[in-house]
Design a protein around this ligand. Structure first.
Ligand code: NAP
Length: 296
């Protein structure tokens, strides 16, 4: 019987483990892939308070080692489901816990075009607030039509010299107030009814190809492409007992409580306004301390 089982070894899950281990609890972290979550893809983290600059991989590795140094138990197994009685079933074993913290994160939806993953960190980004500063006075493009893409366009227009906002339809899913602001900016150009179909460059991205509904293709020279076509949490396995919103995110009450006693949620996988490293570690620490406080 573990005191706390944490599902997911990203920043939220590992921070929860750190706090629970320091409180002398018996903790198991279960991770399907590798530790670190989405942050391992960030080439440079420059917005974490107190750390001027660190690679996402180094940040995640430091956090992982911090947990291991406290003799934290981390097993690389895929969780298949959790039962009402807080039994966690993986592809290899079954575990019982007094409390569970779900910290399974979310994945940025991909465009699924050729070389997309090769250019991550070399021109392709899924996070304008993380990587925007690298494109000061450069030309960039954003793809997407939701609030994230619209907000990214506004944010980047203050950094980059020129911003192309590319959307596959002629209507935006995002809110009109953002669109109005976009239209008032001289350096944002809308490219509608169009998709990004090709990425060009040698080591770094230098241009993208954009194809419209008439199948006409043009090349746009940009140093950065910000892909903001939504995120996808992977919480279907919990939907038997945990309440999800329409997008699959876990609904939380007061931040870290789920609808189920003794099961908590932390990080990107819950309904929240700001999905950042700072808010993930904040959730992790609150989830662990709350779980400990409420443990029977
Ligand atoms: P989203 O609302 O799901 O929008 C994703 C956008 O990407 C849609 O415009 C969609 O096009 C487009 N898209 C999806 N797959 C694509 C593909 N393969 N190729 C090209 N385009 C593709 O995602 P989001 O903008 O990340 O927002 C997620 C949630 O967070 C939303 O509920 C949003 O309102 C919320 N949010 C709120 C704020 C805020 O309130 N300040 C800020 C950011 C996000 P279609 O429209 O054609 O489907």
């Amino acid at each position: 019987m573990y005191d706390i089982i944490i599902i997911g070894a990203g920043p939220a899950g590992l921070t929860a483990a750190l706090y629970a281990l320091r409180a002398n609890k018996k903790v198991l972290v279960l991770e399907a892939k590798t530790y670190g979550g989405q942050i391992v893809n960030a080439s440079n983290v420059e917005n974490y308070p107190g750390i001027k600059n660190i690679s996402g991989f180094d940040f995640a590795t430091n956090l992982y080692n911090q947990v291991k140094d406290l003799s934290g138990e981390i097993k690389f197994e895929t969780v298949i489901r959790i039962d009402e009685d807080k039994k966690v079933i993986t592809n290899k074993n079954e575990y019982n816990a007094k409390s569970i913290i779900i910290a399974t994160g979310a994945e940025n939806r991909k465009l699924n075009i050729e070389k997309e993953s090769e250019y991550v960190g070399r021109g392709v980004s899924y996070c304008a607030t993380c990587d925007g500063a690298f494109y000061k006075n450069k030309e960039v493009a954003i793809v997407g039509g939701g609030n994230t893409a619209l907000e990214d366009a506004i944010y980047l227009s203050d950094i980059a010299s020129k911003v192309y906002l590319i959307h596959r339809r002629d209507e935006f899913r995002g809110e009109n107030k953002y669109l109005e602001e976009i239209k008032s900016k001289d350096n944002i150009e809308l490219i509608l009814n169009s998709s990004v179909t090709k990425l060009n460059g040698e080591d770094l991205l230098t241009s993208i190809e954009v194809t419209n509904k008439e199948n006409e293709t043009k090349t746009i020279e940009v140093s950065g492409l910000f892909i903001a076509v939504g995120q996808a949490p992977k919480n279907e396995i919990f939907s038997n007992i945990i309440e999800l919103d329409n997008n699959g995110y876990i609904k939380s009450i007061d931040g870290v409580h789920t609808n189920k006693d003794g099961i908590y949620v932390a990080g990107d996988t819950r309904v929240k306004d700001l999905r950042q490293l700072t808010t993930a570690v904040s959730d992790g620490s609150i989830a662990a301390t709350t779980a400990i406080k409420e443990m029977n």
